[in-house]
Design a protein around this ligand. Structure first.
Ligand code: 5AD
Length: 345
């Protein structure tokens, strides 16, 4: 199996069969080997720098009903909230002071935030903080909407493809949502000129190693600037409440593979990784990740943006604890930098 990892490192490519074989034959020893190679490749391009993004979860209203997600429309146990434009600008202000130079506006698919409202918010942030990157993560939209938001000043867009395989996709989503449309959105975003992020959940219900291989092949062909992956974690108020959560071990392995497949990609150690294990984020960095996205949302609403059970929002996860995060990263030999952290990919 080490030969396959060497081949991946040298060619940044494997066949579907080779991906499946690596995933199915992984071991502790192989993982350690993979992570060492992933760190070497990452250090070559990004050194020991860790980029941070301030995450603003500005609405938890959502018109979709994804079977895994805690803020799905049918969950009547969620306290719904929306931040105002002023709230959002206040978050950016405190974020800027802390040293953030990227703001990520993430929300459910909330019809209240029309193109004109969102464009107004984006252009206000852009004029107040021209040296910052604005990332949107607000789901599937038309080409025209994406275009308008780009022209208003959005630089980047995060839209996980969730799973490439359409049969698997349909086991995770209602029939109104399709894998095809999701992927089409990503191609549109690229065409418009966004720096694009995609990704998937690891260990989502019914996922096979073949599904994961397809995810890797799709990501290779999309060639995005960012890839967000994290373990699936069940949420008590969803149809998947009794499903087993994804593992730390497989998530780390996938991070290592992604780093070797796309050496220059920006790879976050996600909140879900930090949620399933107290040192998940650090292990993610040591497996090849180089981005952390602390929570910049107003503290009183954080508990309402619960995509999954026990989602962390304090400690190193909180933007206001950046100093503590800096120490955690320094302890493993990495340093957080004040920078937009643009992708080299
Ligand atoms: N477990 C892990 N990740 C989840 N997401 C949504 N629900 C869950 C869950 N239960 C992820 C999806 C989405 C991102 C914002 O959060 O991949 O794209």
């Amino acid at each position: 199996m080490k030969e396959l990892i060497q081949k991946l490192k040298e060619t940044q490519n494997l066949s579907k069969e080779e991906w499946i074989s690596l995933i199915e034959n992984r071991s502790v020893e192989l993982s350690d080997y993979l992570f060492a190679q992933a760190r070497e490749v990452r250090h070559q391009y990004y050194g020991k720098e860790i980029y941070v993004r301030g995450l603003i979860e500005f609405t938890n209203y959502c018109k979709n009903d994804c079977f895994y997600c805690g803020i799905r429309k049918s969950n009547a146990n969620t306290t719904r909230y929306r931040l105002t434009k002023e709230d959002i600008l206040t978050c950016c202000k405190s974020g800027y002071t802390l040293g953030f130079r990227t703001f990520v506006l993430q929300g459910g698919e909330d019809g209240y935030f029309t193109d004109s409202r969102l464009c107004d918010i984006v252009s206000s942030i852009k004029s107040s903080y021209p040296d910052c990157a604005i990332t949107l993560s607000v789901g599937e939209k038309s080409y025209e909407s994406y275009q308008a938001l780009f022209e208003a000043g959005a630089d980047r867009y995060l839209l996980r493809h969730e799973t490439f395989d359409s049969v698997h996709y349909q086991k995770l989503h209602p029939s109104s949502l399709t894998a095809e449309n999701r992927q089409q959105c990503l191609w549109h975003l690229k065409e418009i000129g966004y720096q694009v992020g995609t990704g998937f959940m690891v260990g989502s219900p019914y996922q096979t190693s073949e599904n994961l291989a397809d995810d890797l092949l799709f990501i290779k062909s999309l060639n995005p600037q960012m890839i967000g992956i994290g373990p699936f974690i069940s949420h008590r108020d969803t149809p998947f409440k009794d499903q087993t959560s994804g593992s730390l071990e497989l998530t780390l392995f996938m991070l290592g593979l992604l780093r070797l497949m796309l050496p220059k990609v920006l790879l976050p150690a996600t909140t879900a990784l930090g949620t399933i294990s107290p040192n998940g984020r650090e292990l993610g960095i040591l497996a090849g990740a180089n981005v952390i996205m602390p929570n910049l949302s107003p503290i009183n609403i954080r508990k309402n943006y619960l995509l999954y059970d026990n989602k962390i929002s304090t400690g190193d996860e909180a933007a206001e604890s950046l100093n503590s995060l800096k120490r955690s990263m320094a302890d493993i030999g990495y340093q957080i930098v004040v920078s937009r952290g643009d992708s080299l990919n």
